[in-house]
Design a protein around this ligand. Structure first.
Ligand SMILES: CC(=O)N[C@@H]1[C@@H](OP(=O)(O)OP(=O)(O)OC[C@H]2O[C@@H](n3ccc(=O)[nH]c3=O)[C@H](O)[C@@H]2O)O[C@H](CO)[C@@H](O)[C@@H]1O
Length: 379
């Protein structure tokens, strides 16, 4: 058997900063660790320190290098500058063969800039998501466009994301449709939990996006309260984001209602089980929009625009924004029209098949000149 010496291995650095990045990067880190050619280092920026560690821990993974950039009430530019200087120093010291970063956080934007300056190749996981406005969602739309500009490899989750990149003139030879790694993560984590056969009466609600802070969030909470009164068999689960702008509104509007459970954010395993056991889901989370369809859960999206229209096109998701009348009408219809519910719970999974990490690792190997077979794109 051919053994590869440690000093002959390629050094791949995976960067994570927030909970969703940790969840979506975990399958890639785990897959790269299995590849004999690869030495993986996980660098954490600590943008959402506790939730990031908790999410990696759910997969038996941890951070090797902690840049520890977060200070209380930090402005986005200050956070960016701390990541820039911390990660640049790391790149200077290590000069890795490849850096992988995921999604659209301030972490990914700053890491992309560092890679560009240091001429270190970047692979962007979940590339090509776009809305029509540079500041919506803020600051993520800007962040993902910067990541695309710097990336040598674009791992697009869907065919639509690939088309968006090609329309911006990125080289087709650098764009690969892999599926979203969140589906790999979800299927992996759910294996740890036996399925329950109980009939579900749970409505899962999550909200945290900046554009919903204030009045929009108040309107959604008022709708939840009315639905709670209208449907006495329903129970509502709301894991509440720790941001005070979210917590204060949700608690003021919904605390104390009999069948509404407000809690701290759930571990990824717990959240995955609540999703699997739910009847339907209302959310403004990007990740949950991607996860719900494969679990056969109708998902109502509490945003005015989504960069993930694939679920809408497949008829398994619906954009309801934060308009009370629309939210309540959709929930009413799902609860009273069986055929409509069944059409939204069809199980179509436009976001992936659970093999995204394998495709990404194959493409990294090919890019680094290691040859090997590459799994065909996700279709
Ligand atoms: C603008 C935008 O759409 N950006 C997205 C984004 O974030 P998001 O909106 O998906 O973020 P969240 O909702 O915080 O996380 C979601 C994950 O967390 C799990 N979860 C949730 C509640 C809980 O109590 N416990 C949990 O475990 C849940 O199942 C899911 O997997 O950032 C990513 C990184 O770059 C991007 O990929 C992505 O575009």
């Amino acid at each position: 058997m051919n053994m590869i010496n440690a000093d002959e291995k390629k050094h791949v650095v995976c960067v994570v900063g927030t909970r969703p990045e940790a969840i979506k990067m975990a399958p890639v880190i785990a897959e790269l660790k299995l590849r004999p050619w690869c030495r993986v280092t996980v660098v954490g920026t600590g943008q959402h320190r506790e939730m990031m560690h908790q999410a990696l821990g759910a997969f038996g993974l941890g951070v090797d290098v902690d840049l520890d950039v977060m200070t209380p009430n930090q402005r986005l530019s200050t956070l960016s500058s701390r990541i820039l200087s911390g990660f640049d120093a790391y790149l200077q010291k290590e000069n890795p063969d490849l850096v992988l970063a995921q999604g659209d956080t301030t972490t990914v934007m700053a890491v992309a800039l560092c890679c560009f300056h240091a001429k270190v190749p970047l692979g962007h996981v979940e590339a090509g998501l776009r809305t029509s406005q540079i500041d919506n969602p803020f600051p993520e739309e800007f962040n993902r466009r910067i990541a695309s500009l710097a990336a040598a490899l674009h791992f697009a989750p869907t065919g639509r994301a690939k088309e968006k990149l090609l329309a911006e003139n990125y080289d087709p030879a650098t764009v690969f449709v892999t599926g979203n790694t969140v589906i790999d993560a979800l299927l992996t984590i759910l294996k740890q939990y036996p399925e329950s056969s109980a009939k579900s009466d749970i409505v899962l609600v999550t909200m945290h996006r900046r554009e919903n802070h204030g009045l929009p969030m108040e309107r959604v909470c008022e709708s939840i309260a009315r639905l709670h009164d209208r449907y006495p068999h329903l129970r509502f689960r709301l894991p509440v984001h720790p941001n005070p702008a979210v917590k204060s509104v949700v608690e003021a509007k919904l605390k104390g209602l009999e069948r509404i459970v407000l809690s701290d954010p759930l571990s990824y395993g717990e959240l995955a089980c609540v999703m699997r056991d739910s009847l339907l889901i209302l959310t403004d989370s990007g990740g949950i929009q991607e996860e719900a369809p494969i679990l056969r859960k109708p998902v109502l999206v509490l945003r005015s625009e989504t960069e993930r229209p694939e679920a809408l096109d497949a008829g398994v998701g619906k954009l309801v924004g934060t308009d009370s009348a629309l939210i309540e009408a959709e929930v009413d219809r799902l609860l009273t029209d069986e055929a409509y519910y069944a059409s939204m719970a069809s199980g179509a999974s436009p976001y992936g098949d659970g093999q995204a990490a394998q495709r990404i690792a194959d493409r990294c190997a090919a890019y680094l000149g290691l040859g090997g077979t590459v799994m065909p794109d996700f279709a």
